[in-house]
Design a protein around this ligand. Structure first.
Ligand code: PHE
Length: 365
């Protein structure tokens, strides 16, 4: 039997196959159950031992070379098919976006943008800090030395290891450490807001383990409580796009401000929706706490490397998620972070709907 001729013919036909279907048909023809080379293998059993010694290795070698040729050709054809597909599937980035965009901007992102817009108009720059903080920036420099009871109030997530400076590492429990970082980095005067994520081990309808704050810090000469009150009133009126906002300033306590003030906004419930406006003490109205604030404690200014005899300031920390709930009528904070596209398409915003002061910072959802 002339196996060499059989082999040469098979290899030539394999090399000439120009699609995967043809190649598969050849594989079946040669190596399939009824295939010609499989047939040759079966004849081995009928040969006498001497003949088998000669024929066996030849037939096995034939089978080997054919199956290798099949594999090589398959690889080549697959690569060519992929190249052709990649060449055909180009994306034209210059095409206009579809007229009905499918994504939506999350209300938290929208409210962050609205707040940045409002504060930019008041002359505030945007600052940032790390979400993984050390306990000096998050607590100590903010007048909460170790074993200060206020540390326990924060339900902090700690990391098991300390950093190179021997400081305990944690997920920041508020955006206030950015006050310290800004003072150290830029010195006085300062007028910044710092938006971002914060973390506390807490969870129910109005608390989630991760939530959002915007810190505000003003350091300058002759700053007093009147500046704080005016700024908060101006910001809340612009943000809610209403002039009938009524604020309630309540004395409070934060280690990093003195005096400290919590701010509530009056609202009423209309048809299951919260509508901001009017005194919370009026019939059918209530108060909603939206932020903590106060005059920056002298010790905090000093920890930031600034002379508290020369410079004063005020700071505030706004709960962004609560503000979003109040403005756009959501009642469960947990849904904010479920990632449910139905919720997002209901409460989300068009990516084209950029907040501006002239066009209105927000659009009723
Ligand atoms: N950091 C405080 C909190 O998270 C809020 C705050 C910020 C209070 C700035 C006063 C000044 O509760």
């Amino acid at each position: 039997m002339d196996h060499a001729a059989t082999g040469q013919e098979a290899l030539a036909r394999i090399a000439g196959a120009d699609d995967l279907d043809t190649l598969e048909a050849l594989r079946v023809e040669f190596l399939g159950k009824q295939g010609s080379i499989s047939g040759l293998l079966k004849t081995l059993g009928k040969l006498d031992p001497e003949e088998r010694k000669v024929e066996g290795p030849k037939i096995h070698a034939l089978r080997e070379s054919v199956s290798e040729a099949l594999a090589v050709r398959k690889d080549t054809l697959e690569t060519a098919a992929l190249d052709a597909r990649l060449a055909a599937e180009t994306i034209d980035l210059s095409l206009p976006a579809p007229s009905t965009p499918r994504g939506a901007v999350h209300p938290v992102s929208q409210v962050m943008d609205e707040l940045a817009e409002v504060f930019a108009d008041l002359g505030f720059a945007v600052a940032t800090g790390p979400e993984i903080e050390d306990d000096w920036h998050n607590f100590t420099a903010l007048n909460m030395p170790e074993s200060h009871p206020a540390r326990a109030m924060h339900d902090t997530f700690y990391f098991p290891d300390r950093n190179d400076d021997g400081r305990e590492m944690l997920l920041r429990t508020h955006t206030s450490p950015v006050q310290i970082r800004s003072m150290i980095q830029q010195g006085a005067p300062i007028r910044i807001i710092a938006p971002g994520r914060v973390y506390r081990s807490d969870s129910d309808a109005t608390h989630t383990p991760m939530f959002h704050q915007i810190e505000g810090l003003v350091i300058d000469k002759g700053i007093h409580l009147g500046h704080l009150k005016w700024t908060l009133e101006a910001f809340l009126k612009a943000f809610f796009e209403r002039d009938d906002i009524v604020l309630r300033l309540r004395p409070s306590y934060f280690p990093f401000t003195e005096p400290s003030i919590e701010v509530d906004v009056g609202y009423s419930s209309q048809g299951g929706r919260r509508v901001v406006g009017g005194s919370g003490d009026a019939p059918g109205h209530a108060w909603m706490e939206v932020l903590g604030s106060g005059m920056v404690n002298r010790r905090v200014i000093a920890a930031g490397g600034i002379d508290p005899d020369e410079w004063q300031g005020f700071a505030f920390g706004i709960g962004v998620d609560r503000l979003a709930m109040l403005k756009y009528g959501m009642d469960d904070l947990r849904a904010f972070f479920d990632g449910d596209v139905r919720w997002l398409s209901h409460y989300g915003f068009s990516a084209l709907d950029v907040p501006t002061l002239s066009g209105g910072v927000g659009t009723p959802a």
